[in-house]
Design a protein around this ligand. Structure first.
Ligand code: FE2
Length: 363
């Protein structure tokens, strides 16, 4: 399968995965033949990219940290809980959220060796629910690596799921605004950590203090330049120090109406550059060690001039993946395909990550 941006889709291509909206509704089933009207509909819905079948990549399985079903059910739980809260009908459904957190934690413990491959397709509209679940998954993955026991992981997972709960008090127009926010709007948006803290404080009996503090502290930075209180170093709770890293990673690797998502290797470099000031210097490398810099399915150009796709990544060797060579330096097809395991060819390097569409146009 291959990830392709919607504007590059052509009649007759076939979906390789279910295409879901931000709230988990099925838009196109796997195996669906793409038509012009589907392309228009996807564009209207703000879907940026989908997975299509490609004979060269048909056997590629992109490993997932948790089952898509678990992720979708987490998104649904968050959507129900926050919709109810937004409409001020009743209190936050803490028990449902705790149940989702426990399910996510249990699955991640089972898949603790997995790397983070960027496979998600996000929409342009309000993706707070999907974002909460993804932040939770990434935070738990880091904490497993840090040796947290299951109870503490669940406490962190609940805090991560609820980190942006304060956004229910930020107007919907602001959350889905397609342009950058004005200074005044930014002040309102930056109120969400306090709003979240106030909401969660009323559930003190059910939620632990560290979980509640994730909402308040997840925009604090290690060097004290964050908000709302400008806390620095270990004055920021460890849960919040973990969530702040994965929150930024998830945001920069998601498409926004005013900018394209960064690719994993770009996000990796950005975090490495800004990371030492903004994030806990002991936690950041743990997170970076879990990112598949060149995820399965990425199209890459090697210093030999060959172009190929990443077919697997070994934990601990993020920059030496296994590559299926597709085109040689003269843009000729490799007959029958050829595999290169970069850990056995130390003079070969990845020069560039190329747009996958480019490859499908060449072959
Ligand atoms: Fe936030």
């Amino acid at each position: 399968m291959q990830r392709i941006v919607v504007s590059e889709l052509k009649n007759g291509m076939v979906t390789a995965r279910n295409v879901l909206s931000a709230d988990g509704k099925l838009l196109l089933a796997e195996g669906q033949i793409i038509t012009e009207s589907y392309i228009r509909r996807l564009q209207e819905l703000g879907i940026y990219a989908i997975y299509v079948r490609n004979p060269y990549f048909s056997d590629l399985e992109i490993p997932a940290i948790i089952a898509e079903e678990t992720r979708q059910s987490g998104i649904q739980t968050m959507k129900c809980a926050l919709d109810v809260l937004r409409n001020k009908r009743m209190d936050l459904a803490v028990t449902d959220i705790q149940q989702s957190a426990r399910r996510i934690v249990a699955e991640i413990i089972r898949n603790r060796k997995a790397m983070i491959h960027l496979t998600e397709i996000r929409t342009h509209d309000d993706c707070t629910f999907a974002h909460s679940v993804d932040v939770c998954i990434l935070a738990v993955l880091v904490a497993v690596e840090m040796g947290y026991a299951e109870n503490r992981l669940t406490e962190l997972a609940v805090g991560a799921l609820l980190h942006d709960v304060g956004k229910v008090r930020v107007g919907q127009q602001l959350l889905i605004k397609p342009d950058r926010l004005t200074d005044e709007e930014m002040v309102i948006m930056r109120g969400h950590p306090w709003f979240g803290f106030e909401i969660l404080r009323t559930h003190k009996g059910q939620l632990s203090i560290p979980s509640i503090h994730v909402a308040l502290q997840h925009h604090e930075k290690f060097d004290g330049t964050g908000y709302p209180r400008g806390l620095a170093g270990e004055a920021i709770h460890e849960f919040s120090r973990i969530v702040s890293i994965v929150d930024v990673y998830d945001a920069i690797t998601s498409d926004r109406p005013y900018r394209k998502a960064l690719l994993p290797h770009e996000a990796y470099e950005l975090l490495q550059m800004t990371g030492t000031q903004h994030f806990d210097p002991t936690i950041l490398p743990i997170f970076l060690g879990k990112i598949a810099v060149y995820p399965v399915g990425a199209t890459v150009r090697l210093n030999t001039g060959d172009i190929g796709i990443v077919t697997s990544v070994e934990p601990g060797l993020p920059t030496r993946p296994v590559i299926r060579l597709i085109l040689d330096q003269h843009r000729r097809l490799y007959p029958g395909g050829s595999t290169l395991d970069m850990k056995n060819h130390l003079t070969v390097f990845i020069d560039q990550v190329v747009d996958g569409t480019l490859l499908s146009n060449l072959i």
